[in-house]
Each structure stands twice: as C-alpha cells, then as structure tokens.
Design a protein around this ligand. Structure first.
Ligand code: SF4
Length: 294
C-alpha cells in the first residue's frame, strides 16, 4: 500500500507549499507562482554546467520545472520561470524519466525550481525509488519553501543546492516580489544543514548528500553578498560548501533597473572573494567572471 503524501495538507484546496502561502485552490485557479494541478516540465536531460560535485563527468539528470514562487526581475530563465514554457507531465512520466536518466549514468536527479511542485515530486520520487531509483536527489531550490514543509521534503531530498540571494527583505521584495525573505530562507537553510550537514563526496568527488549554498553576486550588492557569507560562516561554519557566482547577466526586466542593468564588475567580485578568503571558507567554488553557465 502506498503511504499517504504528507504534503497533501499543504497543497489541497489552500496551497501553502512555498513561503508566499497564497492559499490558492490550484484546482480552480493558479497560485501566485502560476502553477496549477499538474507538473509542468521545461526540460529533462543530462546537464554539465553545475558545480563539479553535482555535474561530475557523467552529468546531472536535470529536470527543469516551469513557473516559480519567486518573480525575480533579472531571471535568466524567465521564459520558463515567469512565462511557464514547458509541458504538463504526469507522476508516471516523471518517475520513468528519473529512471531513464539513471540508466543514462546521471550522477543524480536534479530538480530545478521544485518548491511549488513539492507535493507532486514527493509521489514521483517515492514511485521511482520503488522501481529502482538509487542515485541522489538534488533539491535545487530558491530556499523559499514554507518552513513547515521542509521536514517532508527532506524525506525525498539527499542534496540541497540552495540559494541565498538576499541579505535583507527590502531587496527581496523589490527584486523578487516576495515578503519575509530572510526569516523564511535562513530558517530553511538551517534546517537543510541540520538535516544533511556539509556536502559529502564519494571517492570520485561526486556529491552523495548534504548542503551546497549558492550565492549570486548582483551588481551594486557587494555589502549584501558579504553579509550572506558572514551568515554562512557564523551559523554553519567555514567547512560549508559555497558557490560564489559571478555569472549575473541583465535579463528580463533588469534591463530597465538602474542598478541591475549592468553586469557584475571584476572589482566587485574580487571584493567578495577576498571576503570569503578572510572568513576562511574552505570549500568555496569561485568562478572566472562571466565564464560559467547555470
Ligand atoms: S506554491 Fe504557488 S500556489 Fe502554492 S503557496 Fe506558493 S505561490 Fe501559492
């Protein structure tokens, strides 16, 4: 007999799966994230552009989900996240696709922007595991889950690839249209860490479990980026795996924003990297300016 899905309570009739808790009855109307009742998938393929422990040599089995509970004005994937490009898929399709990616030798299954579909993905992962899925599940998230749901998500996630995007609620509201960012995201990050600890690698340097935090430097936001790194060092320790990302490019509505319409400068990125060094963050992934794709 299949166990009941514990996320049903947070999905049925009054959705509160993400930190927005907009209470939409998704059977009748889309929520703030614009997601309805079925899972929309933009792509499902091997991906080689993640951090080395995630992509490895075989690639990450990346399932890119449509829509998003955040509406970042600079989203580089805005056709998928904001315009909903993708196709409706069933739980059976998702389960079979995970098994297919495992057969293709993917190191993991990587759900990109999964929060608003966490109810569906819970069932899909449980079904796939019963059918033989054994590679880790990467929860590649904005970290904007409703904190009440993360203990259930933790039943299906092995690796958290988790963003901390802002150090203050004002930026989060202006640039991503969400309230209470800090309270929600920092609480979730601490939960991810307490549940799975630091990233754990196998003998080939491939992640099998744990937390990897992504910090995207935005133009004009060096101070805020440093504050995020301070939080990581203070709350989680200097062994935390952190990816400090320089790849920001002004897409979507950012082209009209006075600060975000430019790229990050080398000087800005260098200041952040110097700070990471000063904090002795031992496991920081650093990029060459503008050379890495998400
Ligand atoms: S996941 Fe979507 S529908 Fe559910 S609370 Fe968040 S924004 Fe609303």
């Amino acid at each position: 007999m299949t166990a009941p899905n514990p996320l049903f309570t947070y999905y049925n009739n009054h959705c509160s799966l993400c930190g927005a808790k907009c209470n939409a009855d998704r059977t009748k109307v889309a929520g703030l994230c614009k997601a309805g009742t079925s899972v929309k998938v933009a792509s499902a393929t091997l991906h080689f552009g993640e951090e080395p422990p995630i992509s490895g040599s075989n690639g990450s089995g990346t399932i890119f989900l449509s829509h998003c509970s955040m509406s970042c004005i600079y989203c580089q994937n805005y056709p998928i996240s904001q315009m909903g490009v993708g196709n409706d898929r069933t739980i059976d399709w998702l389960s079979n696709k995970m098994l297919e990616l495992q057969s293709d030798k993917a190191h993991n299954i990587n759900f990109v922007t999964p929060t608003h579909y966490s109810f569906h993905l819970y069932d899909a992962v449980m079904q796939a595991r019963k059918a033989g899925l054994s590679i880790p599940i990467v929860w590649n998230t904005s970290s904007f889950e409703n904190p009440e749901t993360v203990k259930f998500i933790d039943e299906i996630a092995d690796i958290y690839l988790a963003d901390i995007r802002y150090s203050n609620d004002k930026d989060a509201l202006e640039l991503s249209g969400i309230n209470n960012y800090n309270d929600i995201v920092l609480k979730n990050i601490k939960y991810f860490f307490n549940a799975k600890s630091h990233l754990e690698l196998n003998g080939k340097g491939i992640a099998v479990k744990g937390l990897l935090i992504r910090v995207l430097l935005l133009p004009g936001r060096v101070k805020e980026c440093k504050e995020i790194l301070d939080f990581i060092k203070r709350e989680l320790g200097n062994e935390t795996y952190v990816s400090v990302m320089s790849q920001y490019v002004p897409y979507y509505k950012a082209l009209q924003h006075k600060e975000l319409k430019v790229r990050v400068s080398k000087e800005e990125y260098d200041m952040v990297i110097e700070h990471a060094d000063k904090l002795n963050l031992e496991n920081a992934f650093i990029q060459e300016i503008g050379c890495m794709e998400e």
